[in-house]
Design a protein around this ligand. Structure first.
Ligand SMILES: Cc1cc2nc3c(=O)[nH]c(=O)nc-3n(C[C@H](O)[C@H](O)[C@H](O)COP(=O)(O)OP(=O)(O)OC[C@H]3O[C@@H](n4cnc5c(N)ncnc54)[C@H](O)[C@@H]3O)c2cc1C
Ligand SMILES: Cc1cc2nc3c(=O)[nH]c(=O)nc-3n(C[C@H](O)[C@H](O)[C@H](O)COP(=O)(O)O)c2cc1C
Ligand code: SF4
Length: 598
């Protein structure tokens, strides 16, 4: 994985090293350091790791040495050339960059890596040349498959000649690009067979390009292990080991990918972002204690924004091997709210030695996640809610369910610190006549309801919650229309999810209007403003409002004169799981500081 936290010149930084060490030291067999650019022209992200010059060597050698104590270590050699198709490289460029791959492999060997892997997938340069979708050259590097393979063949050859058998040389391919005129399995199996004859040491079986990234890093909407059948086909045709990948993020799927014969080695990326101890816990059979990846692709969104990778569920990314400091003196903590923010704060405060009491006014822990998982494909959200609840319970927090915390109740026990994690409440937009409609619900009401009545539904709001609620309603056979004021559907979702949910809704016959604002409700009839002027949208049995949340922190103002208070998660400002969980950790880490000030 590119984690985008190297220095701007591509050198290894402390956080970069710590990220990989945290995983390597927990029984991963082979750590492959993600795409590392072999030439400055092939740099894809501001803070990507580089291997293009000798001054980078001390950091690389230190990284390889640190990781090698624990496992075998490889480095993926890459050149990203997005927006510059193969026709834009002349023969001199080809020679220059091919040489850069060779020199990079020599540097990798000198730095102490066991392996290099050539990044020949996901729209990187070597993939560009292989792909009939991108490669429109008419010379010896374009056209027929042998011609399109020529560049990869030359790069492998020159690396082998340079490093002999001292270094493991792997190649990562997109076995299927999932675009009409792209690479398909018949061609990639042929490429695999040639690589086999050339004695590469392994082939890593990925898939997809940028516009089909939902195949590369499948979101929660795509079944687990969906790329494995491709790996299995390749495995039948080559003698070198094949690495399988793609949502092998639960131990049973991970184990079965090898034991059922799909691949020789199983790889995970995001499961190891979410929990650096994934491999160790799988080996020890501690499946329940794995912090589950929810396949939301927030990590990829960070890369798209050119930010360091962060994770929705793992608040330790960027501070990966930090030890949670014990409190120097006992601190009593009240946490208000059992959503992800409150649970994260409570668990970490308890682990620090705090005496923690958590109030949750409903009968269940999990907060908004308890409804957030009800829409189709969102089961991982429930697993994460269960994980958080387990963590807080195991850490020894006192949990009071069905107990609404008021300022008076909280102050009765004179806590040293109160953490307010009370979340947000749904916004009911100010729409003329909305009160005249007989059945108006919030999305939360619908998601919470034991069953959905038949009828025609209008969902106001086409953000993530609106679309997911529309999909749930549609699964019951009800007729659904979605209204979105802006031109963007599924705000808050990663593009890989957005694309799939909009496609599913349209296929299922859900009527979606963008740039359309509700104007007037008159009984069951609804008028809207569109780009072409006002129009009657129709009659709807039920109006569902999915117009976002507002904060509902009323407690902290009353408490702040009496005790130290932190406000976290959606109680500050409605956002997402990532902020809730990381602010929970931050609040727990601040406990000592605040009580010293007191
Ligand atoms: C339908 C839906 C789907 C979502 N899907 C996603 C998603 O896929 N990915 C994502 O990142 N985010 C998603 N979100 C947003 C995410 O769930 C929230 O950002 C997150 O839950 C906020 O966590 P929190 O702990 O701050 O608040 P909440 O989860 O709202 O928890 C607050 C808790 O405090 C309790 N509480 C409030 N006042 C009191 C009181 N006085 N005493 C005791 N208890 C009290 C409430 O009962 C509640 O359990 C979704 C939200 C919704 C509504
Ligand atoms: C944050 C992130 C960075 C990635 N960087 C790379 C990369 O540098 N090279 C690569 O071949 N694949 C990269 N991928 C793809 C993963 O290696 C992997 O193939 C994909 O995410 C599917 O595996 P998973 O379900 O275990 O995450 C990246 C994925 C993520 C989420
Ligand atoms: S950000 Fe989401 S997809 Fe990425 S590792 Fe974390 S939970 Fe998984």
């Amino acid at each position: 994985m590119v984690i985008n936290c190297a220095d701007t010149d591509g050198s290894v930084t402390g956080p970069f090293r710590e990220f990989y060490l945290a995983r390597a030291e927990q029984q991963v067999g082979y750590v492959l350091v993600g795409a590392t650019y072999v030439h400055p022209h092939g740099k894809g992200f501001d803070r990507q790791l580089g291997i293009y010059s000798d001054p980078l060597m001390p950091g690389l050698a230190d990284l390889a040495a640190g990781l090698s104590v624990h496992c075998r270590v490889g480095i993926q050699l890459s050149f990203k050339s997005v927006g510059k198709p193969p026709t834009q490289f002349n023969l001199e460029d080809i020679q220059t960059y091919r040489e850069s791959f060779r020199k990079a492999a020599e540097r990798a060997r000198a730095a102490g890596f066991d392996a290099v892997e050539l990044h020949a997938c996901h729209e990187y340069w070597l993939n560009y040349f292989l792909s009939p979708h991108f490669n429109r050259r008419s010379d010896a590097y374009g056209g027929s498959l042998p011609n399109r393979f020529r560049l990869l063949r030359e790069v492998v050859d020159s690396i082998r000649t340079a490093v002999g058998s001292d270094l493991i040389v792997g190649v990562r391919l997109s076995l299927n690009e999932f675009v009409e005129d792209g690479l398909r399995l018949d061609e990639t199996i042929q490429i695999g067979s040639w690589l086999d004859e050339m004695k590469v040491d392994y082939i890593s079986a990925s898939g997809g390009i940028a516009i089909t990234q939902h195949h590369t890093s499948p979101p929660m909407d795509v079944p687990r292990a969906s790329l494995l059948p491709l790996a299995a086909e390749l495995k039948k045709k080559v003698s070198v080991p094949v690495i399988g990948v793609g949502r092998l993020d639960r131990p049973d799927v991970f184990r079965r990918s090898v034991s059922d014969g799909y691949c020789d080695l199983a790889a995970v990326a995001r499961a190891l972002i979410a929990d650096p101890g994934y491999a160790r816990k799988v080996m020890a059979g501690q499946d329940q204690s794995i912090r589950p990846c929810i396949a939301c692709n927030h990590c990829l969104l960070c890369l798209q924004r050119n930010e360091p990778v962060r994770c929705a569920v793992n608040p330790f990314i960027g501070r990966d091997r930090m030890a949670i400091p014990s409190l120097k003196k006992p601190v009593s903590v009240v946490v208000v709210g059992g959503g992800p923010a409150g649970l994260s704060a409570a668990a970490h405060a308890s682990k620090r030695g705090g005496r923690v009491c958590l109030f949750e006014r409903s009968s269940k822990l999990g907060g908004a996640l308890r409804i957030g998982h009800r829409a189709p494909h969102k089961e991982p959200i429930k697993e994460f809610a269960d994980y958080l609840a387990d963590q807080a319970q195991q850490a020894g927090c006192r949990i009071l369910l069905g107990r609404e915390a008021t300022a008076d109740i909280i102050l009765m026990d004179t806590p040293d610190h109160v953490i307010v994690a009370t979340g947000g409440t749904s916004i009911i937009p100010d729409i003329n006549g909305l009160e005249t409609h007989p059945r108006v619900f919030t999305a939360e009401d619908v998601l919470y309801a034991p069953q959905i009545e038949p009828g025609t539904y209008l969902v106001i709001g086409g953000g993530a919650v609106g679309l997911e609620t529309a999909e749930l309603i549609r699964t019951t056979g009800a007729h659904v229309t979605v209204l979105e004021m802006t031109d963007t559907l599924g705000r808050g979702m990663h593009a890989t999810r957005q694309l799939l949910i909009v496609e599913r809704l349209r296929t299922a016959g859900v009527c979606i209007h963008t740039e359309t604002t509700p104007l007037l409700v008159d009984g069951s009839r609804v008028w809207a403003k569109t780009s072409e002027g006002p129009c009657l949208l129709g009659s709807f049995d039920v109006v569902v409002v999915a117009a976002g949340c507002r904060t509902k922190d009323e407690l902290s103002q009353r408490l702040v004169a009496h005790t130290a208070v932190s406000v976290i998660g959606d109680a500050v400002h409605p956002r997402s799981i990532r902020e809730a969980v990381s602010e929970g950790l931050d609040a727990a880490l601040k406990l000592g500081e605040v009580s010293q000030k007191k």
